[in-house]
Structure formats: structure tokens, C-alpha cells
Ligand binder design. Sequence first.
Ligand code: GAP
Length: 438
Amino acid sequence: MPAPDLETIANLSKKRGFVFPASEIYGGLRSSWDYGPLGAELLRNIREAWWKAMVLDRSDIVGLDSSILQSRQVWVASGHEESFTDPLVECSNCNSRHRFDKLEDVDQCPNCGERGTLGEPRAFHLMLKTFLGPVEDDAAVTYLRPETAQGIFINYENVRRTARLRLPFGIAQIGKAFRNEITPGQFVFRTREFEQMEMEFFCRAEDADEWHRFWLEARMQWYLDLGMHPDRLRLRPHDPDELAHYAAATSDVEYEFPWGWDELEGIANRTDFDLRAHSEASGEDLRYYDQEADERFYPYVIEPAAGVTRSAFAFLIDAYEEEEVRGETRVVLKLHPRLAPVKVAVLPLSKKDELVEVTEEVAALLRPHWPIEVDVTQSIGRRYRRQDEIGTPYCVTIDFDTLDDRAVTVRDRDTMEQDRVAIDGVAPHLADKFAATL
Ligand code: GAP
């Protein structure tokens, strides 16, 4: 089935409680979104899958949680204050503003369609400025971080020393980032507040190309392991004129979004730009000392930089399917079980007290192991449909036979096959099923 359109995903997200417009009761912000109960779980599962792959499963990478607010000097030294801009053009006919580098036709306003009305591109600064302390003067200026990466560079020596790391090694971080995007949009794809998962991998300059290739492959594999359609993923190397001010080479992992191929993650060779820049600006020697060779040098950095919120969006699109079942359309989110917000739904066939009692008993057996949902309202068909739409891998149904045989029905989201399983064996049965998907 082709990918669903944007509106279908946005509607499902709102209807089921994945994503709501920020400040909705005041008309919405368009550039920010709030994540509801299911969205919060989905984001948490994405973070956990990334952290496991990048930190817990590796002996050469450690984690960090640095501040959003840092000294302004960080952004001066990193080059962001001077160079972190997008080219902005304004239409003299309808006054709309656009990113020059994203225009399909540089001569035509995408808003009103007029030709020859777009002015000269000018550099528009993307960092969100703020003031620290009670006085709003120049000395109090700093920025909300536009990337989590700088928090890693400025802590490089603290982490290296305390974790006793030797090259090559990596430092990983997940956290919020902020950009005053000219054209936020396409639902949660481009927002002004978003969340990143970034890892800076420090290595010798002569090994940088090899590590770059390694991380390109590893990061593609991460999306595939979480069930993404291989034909909707590709790697695209940047043209030289696209490269960020710090990068010698970058390739994007791209996903085929409803509007076409677009960036999911960037994997850059940042050379020794950042450590060198912070050394020079701060006066702290951030060179690495190799005892055996008795030499000091600035390590090179390979950086896989992904978005939590953007990945969540891509996983939702990728999982969405519509199927014909007995003459009806079944909407199902075939999310990988590791990403599914609810792992198991426990559903009594009717609201009768004796069934609800057993439902609570089964729920108590499952709750210590997985996020579960107990749903006693509406017809069983409608409840299955709701669980399919939110991607719940298994439904456990308690029926009137359960009262006699102490067994329940386990329904598989993808195949809709049903197994009869003893109540005492239902947790191990589901544990086996989940283990088989890892
Ligand atoms: N430290 C490098 C860096 O920040 P980037 O390509 O600008 O690189 C990395 O950002 C990832 O962060 C992107 O691939 C995307 O997933 C996410 N991202 C960037 N800007 C975003 C925005 N405005 N809204 C949502 N996600 C964004």
C-alpha cells in the first residue's frame, strides 16, 4: 500500500491521542505540537530504542544530559551566531515569507502564485534568542540551543576524563532543540521546538572516513530493525553547497514522506572543527593526548544526528495500513512491537461483573511486564478496531467460556489469528511472542 497522506496521519494522531496542536484552545501555534498519552509513549519508545542501540549495547559510547541554556560564547565559538541562517525571501504581492533553498521555482511565489514578486534572499537567523537574568541587555543574551551537539563538545574533556575513555569513543545525548524555522510545517516534520538524538563519535583523522561509512550503515540498519519499509529509505550524500559550516561531508538518511524524499537524519563528518573552535575560544586545551605515541591532536568527529519527533512521524506514516476485511476497511498501525505505545489490550467480551473481575485479574498479571490498556466499553469489534488503529500488537479477550476453562483468547494485530491460552500461561505466552520480534 502507498504511504498515507499527511491529513490522514494528522487526523488519526489527533483522534487517538498521539499528537495535539500546541495551544489549541487559543487557536494553535502551527510550529509546535503536544504529544498525548500515546504520543508520549511512542516518543519514549523511540528514545529507548536509540539509547539501547547507541549507548547500552556498545562499550565505546557513553551518555550525557547537558543544559539547554549555555553561555552565549558557546554559540559564538561554534559559528552558530554568525552562520546559522537560512536564506529568506519575501513576496511583495502577498507578503508571505519562504525559504529560498526550498522553492520549487525561484521565480514564483508558492503562496499567491505571482511571478517576479520574490525579493532578494537574505540571511535569516535561526537561533531563538533569550535573556538570562532580570536585565534584558546585551550582556544577558543567550540562545535556546539549536542542536544538542554543542553540549557534548563543551563537556568533551569532562566526560573523557571521568569515564576514562580512549579513542575511538562516542558521547550520546537526547534532548530538546529549538530553531526559529521560517516555514515550519508538514505536521510535526519541521517545528520550532523539537527533540534530537545525537552522538558525537571521536576518532583519529585518518580513521574518520571509515567511521563515517560505519555509522551510515549502522543508522540505516536501526530504522530497518524497527520495521521501516526498506523501499522508503535511502542514503543521500550532500552536494558541497549544501554542507553545514562545520562539515566536510554529510549524508542524510532520507524517508519517502507523502510529499517526497526528505531528511530523517544527517550523518556528518564534522572534522576537528568544534573541538578546535572551543579550544581556541575558551583557552582550554581540548586536544587528545595519545600516551603511546606521545602526541597531542584534535580528534575528528562523526555525528549521526536524528530527530525523535521526526522519527515518530516517519514511523507513524510507515506503519499505517488500510486493509479490506470482510467487506470493511480495517485501519491498522503495524508499528514494531518495541515502538507500540500499548503492548497488550485486555478486553472483556461484555461489561458483566463476573467478566470484569477476571479482566482485572488478567490485567494484574500483565501490568508488571508491559504498558497495557483495559477497555470495557463498546462492542468487541469496535474495541479491536481502536486497538488496531493505535498499533497494539496483542489483544487478550475474556469471554464467558473463560469462567469455565480459565483460558483467554490472544489476538494478533497483524494476522488477526487467535490462540486460546490458559490464564496462568498468558504472560509467558506473550513474552515469547515479544521476544521473537526483537
Ligand atoms: N547537530 C547536527 C544537526 O543538528 P540537523 O540535520 O540540522 O543536524 C539533525 O538536525 C536532525 O534533527 C534532523 O535530521 C531532523 O531529524 C531533526 N530536526 C532538525 N530540525 C528540525 C525541525 N525544525 N523540526 C523537527 N526536527 C528537526
